[in-house]
Design a protein around this ligand. Structure first.
Ligand SMILES: Nc1ncnc2c1ncn2[C@@H]1O[C@H](COP(=O)(O)OP(=O)(O)OP(=O)(O)O)[C@@H](O)[C@H]1O
Ligand SMILES: [Mg+2]
Length: 461
């Protein structure tokens, strides 16, 4: 954070200073986990369901915190506010307001926000000090928390924005108004909340509505619901994609045997060759969006093409590919899953599995609402159509994946139902061989034990 006195913090959060002089300064970072607090920091006490942060106020101060932001007086120097999330938002907003040199980049989409945020972070770091922390900090807590990492040194602030309903993204844009807004895609994620992809598009489009006239809206030319957001913004629209109308365009896409795409990047009459180190055909779209951001912020097409060849996976469990000493290649894409991201991962498995035996270990996909059964059947169908050799559905809720695969005529692969992760591990352990490619994917924690069991000892987390 920037240096601020308790009086200033109290003013912007509507709180009151307790147990300290109003002139006391916070000079360090803002944290809500007392173990992370550094010297001069501000500890935010949340009353969680399991843990009451107020009980850690003393520990945070002992660890160096200058003050505590809380809803009740902890006896430590601090500011007492009515509602800590609203206070954090107000503080974040005040900090952004004081950082004149800062360019805020916001991005949203159904799949690939964290991945692309990491790519944007890696590109913009070449232009100046950039904040784009690892992980998926995209909600009403993670967003202001990320904003508060900005200092007077920061030139670029890259913010992931999630939406679980109408108005959520608008709320985030009011905390820190982006100059550059990226919408990646509108897919079947969180359909349970939105009811339809159109509902999702309405919510995601709030990002481009918030952009100023001087801003840039980076929209996926290949996704009609995203490209269709163009009339909703006052900002300049930059279409990115493979379609001819895209201003930042990829042509001649080729995916190599390791699943890594290469393409020709076109922009403003110039072209460059991009050779990605990351796996998955869908990384073309993600890296084009990142390219759109870097190009609109002044990076040359040549530099963008070169820099894209260097970008890697920063946040774990997303297309993290590793080959074990026994020759088994594992694709850890287990962070989360929905039908579109699972389809993308299955395509990567098929590309990497040419001439090798392929196994897809797929867990339950949460939040599909009324599309729950059809969503699971659909990915089973895709797996079978891509010719996956073995399919393991983890847990009974994932069972329709097997049904979907078995309904594909002519599929000669094997479909197995594992009662739980331990059963899936057992299936794999007895039968993995040199050359195998194994994809592991499911919503959140649902396949993490499987992939951790596949990781060689020295690599395990
Ligand atoms: N463009 C894309 N299309 C489809 N799937 C993608 C795309 N980009 C990434 N993925 C896959 O989607 C999953 C989630 O990726 P990531 O964490 O980057 O997305 P996210 O939008 O941040 O998700 P969340 O909503 O959980 O924050 C990963 O399995 C990843 O490999
Ligand atoms: Mg994310």
């Amino acid at each position: 954070m920037i240096r601020m006195t308790l009086a200033e913090i109290a003013e912007c959060t509507g709180g009151r200073v307790v147990n300290a002089e109003p002139g006391l300064e916070v000079t360090g970072g803002v944290e809500y986990d007392s173990r992370k607090i550094g010297p001069g920091g501000l500890f935010v006490a949340f009353e969680g369901e399991k843990v009451d942060g107020h009980l850690f106020a003393g520990k945070a101060v002992a660890a160096g915190a200058a003050a505590v932001l809380s809803t009740r007086d902890t006896g430590e120097p601090g500011v007492v506010v009515a509602e800590p999330l609203a206070a954090l938002a107000a503080l974040a907003s005040a900090v952004v307001g004081r950082l004149g040199e800062l360019t805020v980049v916001g991005l949203t989409g159904s799949s690939g926000k964290t991945t692309t945020k990491d790519y944007i972070g890696q590109l913009l770091s070449r232009l100046g000090p950039t904040i784009a922390p690892a992980g998926s900090l995209n909600n009403e807590l993670g967003f202001p928390y990320t904003v508060l990492q900005a200092t007077t040194e920061t030139r670029f602030l890259v913010l992931e924005m999630g939406a679980r309903g109408i108005g959520h993204i608008r709320y985030l844009t009011e905390i820190a108004r982006p100059q550059v807004g990226v919408v990646l895609n509108v897919g079947a994620a969180h359909l349970g909340e939105f009811g339809s992809v159109e509902g999702t598009a309405r919510a995601k489009g709030e990002l481009v509505e918030a952009l100023p006239e001087s801003g840039v809206a980076i929209l996926n030319a290949d996704d009609p619901l995203v490209a269709g957001m163009a009339p909703r913004t006052r900002a300049r629209v930059l279409l990115v994609g493979e379609a001819e109308r895209a201003a930042v365009r990829a042509t001649d896409v080729v995916v190599d045997g390791a699943g890594r795409p290469s393409y020709r990047l076109h922009w403003d009459g110039k072209t460059g060759n991009v050779r990605l180190r990351v796996a998955g055909r869908h990384q073309v779209a993600n890296t084009l969006a990142a390219a759109g951001v870097a190009l609109s912020l002044g990076m040359s097409a040549e530099d963008v093409a070169e820099a894209l060849g260097e970008v890697g996976i920063v946040s774990g469990r997303r297309m993290d590919v590793f080959t074990r000493p026994d020759g088994v290649t594992v694709i850890d894409d287990s962070y989360n899953a929905n039908p579109s991201s699972t389809t993308a991962a299955l395509h990567a498995l098929a590309a990497m599995g040419a001439g090798r035996r392929t196994t897809a270990v797929l867990g339950y996909m949460a939040e599909l609402g009324p599309h729950e059964r059809s969503g699971h059947e659909e990915v089973g169908r895709v797996a079978a159509e891509l010719g996956v050799d073995r399919l393991v559905a983890v847990a009974p809720e994932a069972g329709p994946i097997v049904d979907g695969a078995q309904a594909v005529e002519g599929w000669t692969g094997q479909a197995l139902r594992a009662a739980d992760q331990a059963a899936a591990i057992e299936i794999l352990e007895g039968d993995l061989r040199d050359g195998d490619v194994v994809l592991v994917k499911g919503s959140r924690y649902r396949t993490w034990d499987v992939v951790d069991a596949l990781r060689p000892e020295e690599e395990s987390r």
